[in-house]
Design a protein around this ligand. Structure first.
Ligand code: HEM
Length: 233
C-alpha cells in the first residue's frame, strides 16, 4: 500500500527570496550577455540601458542574498543542517543520487531521498547548493560590486591582477551560473511528476509518496517504489 503525505518544506521567506533571486540572476545573464557581446546581442536596446539594468538586478540579487543568509543563519538556524553534506552523503549518498538521476529514474525506480523539513535536500542538491550559495554567489556579488566602482578602486584592482583579471573571473562565474540554471531546472523536473518539485517553491508543500510497510519486507517509508504514473496527482 502506498499513500501520499504532504510535507511543509519551503517557508515563505525562502520562496520569496528564491523567485526574486531567480528573476534577478536570469536578468543578469541576459543583460550580461549584451554587455559582453554588444555586436551580437541586443535585447534591451541601448548599451547603457543594459548596464543600468544589470547593475539594478545585481543590487537586487545582493540584497536578497543578504536576506537569505540572514534568514537561514539567524531566524531558521538551519543552514548547516540543510545545506552541508554529511560524511555519509559524500561517501555514498552523492553516488546513490547520481545513479538515480542518470539511470534508475529512467527505469521507473524510486528516488532514494525523501524530503522532510529537517532534510529537504538530497546529497547532490546539498553539495550543489552549498557551492552555489556559499562560494559562487558571494564571489560573483563581490566581483560585480568591485566592477561597479572601477575608478575609485583602481589601486585595489592592480593588487588583484588588473581589471582584465576581474572582468574575466566575473564572466567565468556568470558562465557557471548559466550552466547551473539549465541543470537545476532540468533536475527539478525529475520529481514523481514533472511539477512535483516546483509546487513547494510556490506554496511550501511537497507531496511525498510513501510506501507503507506491509510486514512482508516489501518496503518501508523510506524505500518507496516509484509510483505508477496514473497514481500521480
Ligand atoms: C528560472 C530559474 C529557476 C527556476 C525555475 C528554479 C526552480 C527551482 C525549484 C523547482 C526548486 C525546488 C526543487 C529543488 O530544491 O531543486 C528550487 C530550489 C532552489 N533553487 Fe532554484 N530555480 C531557478 C533559479 C535559481 C537560481 C538562479 C539559484 C541560485 C543562484 C537557485 C537556487 C536554488 C536553491 C538554493 C534552492 C533551494 C531553496 C530552499 O528550499 O532552501 N535557483 N529552484
Amino acid at each position: 500500500m502506498r499513500h501520499n503525505e504532504m510535507v511543509y518544506v519551503t517557508p515563505l521567506p525562502v520562496r520569496i527570496w528564491h523567485w526574486l533571486n531567480a528573476f534577478g540572476i536570469v536578468t543578469l545573464c541576459v543583460t550580461g550577455l549584451q554587455i559582453r557581446f554588444p555586436d551580437y546581442v541586443n535585447v534591451f536596446g541601448a548599451y547603457k540601458a543594459a548596464i543600468r539594468l544589470h547593475n539594478t538586478a545585481g543590487t537586487v540579487v545582493s540584497i536578497s542574498y543578504t536576506l537569505w543568509i540572514g534568514y537561514y543563519l539567524v531566524v531558521a538556524r538551519s543552514l548547516i543542517k540543510l545545506y552541508v553534506p554529511t560524511l555519509e552523503d559524500l561517501k555514498t549518498g552523492i553516488f546513490r543520487q547520481a545513479y538515480f538521476y542518470f539511470l534508475t529514474y529512467f527505469l521507473g525506480k524510486p528516488n532514494p531521498h525523501h524530503s522532510t523539513p529537517d532534510s529537504k535536500f538530497n546529497p547532490m542538491q546539498k553539495a550543489a547548493y552549498l557551492v552555489i550559495m556559499l562560494i559562487l554567489l558571494p564571489l560573483v556579488i563581490v566581483s560585480g560590486i568591485l566592477l561597479m566602482y572601477v575608478a575609485p578602486l583602481r589601486e585595489l584592482f592592480l593588487l588583484l591582477g588588473g581589471i582584465k583579471m576581474l572582468v574575466g573571473s566575473h564572466f567565468l562565474l556568470a558562465c557557471c551560473f548559466t550552466a547551473f540554471l539549465f541543470v537545476h531546472i532540468y533536475l527539478a523536473t525529475l520529481g514523481h511528476t514533472p511539477l512535483a518539485h516546483f509546487k513547494p517553491m510556490w506554496n511550501g508543500w511537497e507531496e511525498e509518496v510513501i510506501e507503507d510497510d506491509t510486514g512482508d519486507g516489501a518496503g518501508d517509508a523510506h524505500s518507496d517504489p516509484k509510483p505508477e504514473r496514473k497514481d500521480m496527482v
